[in-house]
Write a protein that binds this ligand. Sequence first.
Ligand code: NDP
Length: 262
Amino acid sequence: MAQSEPTRTAEGPQELAGRVALVTGGGRGIGKAIALKLATMGADVAVNYNASADPAETVVGELRDLGVRAESYQADITSTEQIDTMFESAIEEFGKVDILVNNAGIIKDRLLIRMTDDDWDRVVATDLRGAFACTRAAARSMMKTRWGRIINISSVVALAGNPGQANYAAAKSGLNGFTMSVAKELAPRNVTANIVAPGYITTDVTDALSDEVKKQLTDHIPLGRRGEAWEVAELVGFLCTPRASYITGQVLAIDGGLALTG
Ligand code: NDP
């Protein structure tokens, strides 16, 4: 049974007060839950979106209702030019970017022998190169302030592979290696970089699966249910706090035990 979401209020320790977060794909799904979580912890939030302007505006309204500053930024993260413009605008508005959550991602599932170059290139350009270009842009600000948190949303598929997802697994595994390298490179500047690897989480993507496929997937999960976006957001929120200051370069699976089943 799905776990109910804690009430979102700006109560409790404002551990991220004074911090500025940018969440890619923050207008929907897991990204939205992360943006809201960081705001409840006191962070100002820049919400990136590509196609979903209205949902992103709605999220910005919800963030402001929590008492933080929030703006939305349209940028297709497959375009380095658009990414750099977004970071320039966000830094002009907020002064810096302390927390980057590379959440935006797509799938283009197809069995290997039918997978096209375009299926491959689009997934790699979004899920891997987009995260690289956003991290490079954010790192400039983090290195100046000598504080930063980079959280890259990968997948359990990167740890074990999945039929029909060779492109996605390659991109997300690449993201894992990328994050570990960044963790080493930026550690002297007090910037941590970690990977959150969700399993099967309730979002538009997984809601669109047939009931039969949903059941098959759920049957393999030791905890016997899908995860919720807010549960992923809780982990991301923790990784941004001073309590997580000695964790870097790690892959943290949040999957109800799915990765244990091989
Ligand atoms: P959704 O499909 O619900 O949302 C995808 C998000 O990515 C949207 O906000 C979308 O923005 C954004 N996005 C896609 N392409 C681009 C682009 N070119 N430029 C900017 N933004 C873009 O996905 P989920 O919330 O389910 O997934 C979020 C992350 O979690 C992804 O990286 C995914 O791989 C990962 N994940 C999800 C799992 C799940 O079970 N749901 C499991 C494991 C990992 P817009 O609508 O504006 O285009």
